[in-house]
Design a protein around this ligand. Structure first.
Ligand SMILES: Nc1ncnc2c1ncn2[C@@H]1O[C@H](COP(=O)(O)OP(=O)(O)O)[C@@H](O)[C@H]1O
Ligand SMILES: [Mg+2]
Length: 320
């Protein structure tokens, strides 16, 4: 049984201006110890998948359909109190996008790491602070940081604290939403190396969300590509990066400069991402697709397996 099985997930935001179909029928699985990268342009629904997986979608959003089976139980069916006591932090935790700015300025780092340990594990303050010190060391920070306040830390140090908090109860699944985006490249590499080491040592599963394909290439075993609320391609990192089959993935890969090998012409993807209140009919990518056919604007392409474990939602591959 996989650690996580997401089936036909739909998460919408009910705004006064209309219903934003941010995640609209997404399915995938994740094995224990596996790292899945979620790629795609800004606004494609990556963070909304993350919020859904801890069943904490910010209002006016909510999960409207599908199931999320985590460790054998469907968390979309659980009450808020069950989620709090049994799921969040224990089974799954999330390092939020821009989270390092979410540390509370008035409490010490030690208190902020220790608090969930006292609440969830019933530790005494002394025990929780000792564990917090161990967690800081695990993410490469000195234990004296316990007594510091967030403003006394650099961006990279704060991000390490956020990772330490996410790992505090050693959940089998950690979701990291753009964990390195605000950091300079050196610190970015350190954080990715930290996550790789922790994954190896704890055999935890990670969902690494990033608009930056080089971050995903660095750490992911498998890659899912999101476009306008849909998963358009899913496969091993090797399959998706070396043999991309969806036109969007191909253009996305061509729009970033390569470090090695011959320099291809850099292409950009024409047009703009669709308004998710009123997405294009058929394939949501068709208005921007250089290979579009008649069927593409009429019918939605199913996600089909094109080689072992490599799935693509495109009429170039699906049978009509
Ligand atoms: N609180 C919200 N209210 C309304 N729409 C939202 C809200 N949060 C996100 N959205 C919309 O949902 C879509 C997906 O957003 P998001 O999941 O943040 O994408 P990504 O993380 O890929 O950038 C976007 O169209 C975005 O504008
Ligand atoms: Mg996001």
């Amino acid at each position: 049984m996989p650690l996580l099985e997401v089936r036909d997930l739909r998460t919408y935001y009910f705004t006064v201006a209309g219903v934003v179909k941010a995640v609209d029928g997404v399915s995938f699985t994740l094995e224990r110890g596996e790292v899945l990268g979620l790629a795609g342009e800004s606004g494609s629904g990556k963070s909304t998948i993350g919020f859904s997986l801890i069943n904490l979608v910010p209002p006016p959003g909510r999960i409207v359909g599908g199931s999320i089976i985590l460790d054998g139980v469907d968390i979309t069916k659980m009450s808020e109190s069950e989620l709090r006591s049994k799921v969040r932090w224990k089974k799954v935790s999330m390092v939020f996008q821009g989270a390092m700015n979410a540390l509370t300025p008035v409490y010490t780092i030690g208190y902020q790491i220790a608090e969930p340990l006292m609440y969830h594990l019933g530790m005494t303050k002394r025990e929780a602070l000792e564990r917090a010190a161990e967690l800081l060391e695990m993410v490469g920070l000195h234990r004296t940081m316990l007594n510091r306040y967030p403003h006394q830390l650099s961006g990279g140090q704060k991000q390490r604290v956020m990772i330490a908090m996410a790992l505090a109860l050693e959940p089998p699944l950690v979701i990291a939403d753009e964990p390195t985006t605000a950091l300079d490249v050196v610190v970015q590499a350190q954080i990715l190396n930290l996550m790789k080491r922790l994954r190896r040592e704890k055999n935890m599963s990670i969902i690494m969300i990033s608009h930056d394909l080089s971050v995903i290439a660095e750490i992911a075993d498998r890659v899912g590509v999101m476009y306008a609320g849909k998963l358009v391609e899913l496969g091993t990192a090797e399959q998706v990066f070396n043999n991309p089959q969806h036109p969007y993935t191909r253009l996305l890969l061509k729009s970033i400069p390569k470090l090695r090998g011959p320099v291809d012409k850099l292409e950009y993807i024409p047009g703009t991402p669709p308004d998710l209140r009123n997405p294009p009919p058929g394939c949501r990518f068709h208005p921007r697709c250089p290979w579009r056919m008649d069927v593409c604007s009429r019918e939605e392409p199913p996600l089909v397996e094109v080689e072992d474990g490599h799935y693509v939602a495109c009429w170039l591959h699906a049978k009509r």
